[in-house]
Design a protein around this ligand. Sequence first.
Ligand code: BG6
Ligand code: MG
Length: 214
Amino acid sequence: MIKACIFDLDGVITDTAEFHFIAWRKLANSLNFDFNKEFNETLKGVSRIDSLEMILKLGGVEKTDAEIQELAVIKNDWYVDLLKGMTQDDALPGVRDLLIDLKAKGYKIGLGSASKNAVPVLKFLDMLDFFEVIIDGTKTTKGKPDPQVFQMGAKALGVKPEDTVVFEDALSGVQAALNGGFTAVGCGSPENLGHAHHVVAGLNEVTEEWISKL
Ligand code: BG6
Ligand code: MG
């Protein structure tokens, strides 16, 4: 029986996945190469430094560790600038209503994100209070597809993976949920997320009743 829901942030709660894409692409362009949306799918859910290493590899660019750290700061500054105009209205369709309903029905609610910007993003959305537990990139040591982020979330919520559903838009995130023994719901297209237990276009297609039957 599902007792808890753990949500990824970027691309599930809000469309910051697009801001990550814009900022990474700008960085790649500044290094004289480009990448497309298909490659971007492989970056979703991946930590900042790991994403940067994948991008540099794609462009055939070699950098020292110190330069990599500097580039990560540049990208994050651009990303944080893009966040600045965000308001409560930037939650994806259906998210707020679903969280209100889940809370009213007594589900435990957690966040499981690779981002180190998760708390400020939730504050922009005015959604911080929905989450009993927030496990983000400031707390984890292993990135998705390792299940650590969701295991830490379930432990903090006091639930077992088999009683918990994870909502994810990333290939690596769905895999992390499966690796941890969670019910995995992919939010996006079946072509990308076909390995999930269920795929929905977005949380606007999800209701508490649907979750209760998982
Ligand atoms: C994930 C995103 O949620 O967080 C990735 O899907 C991003 O694209 C990662 O790289 C780390 O985010 P941040 O905000 O710490 O750079
Ligand atoms: Mg995501």
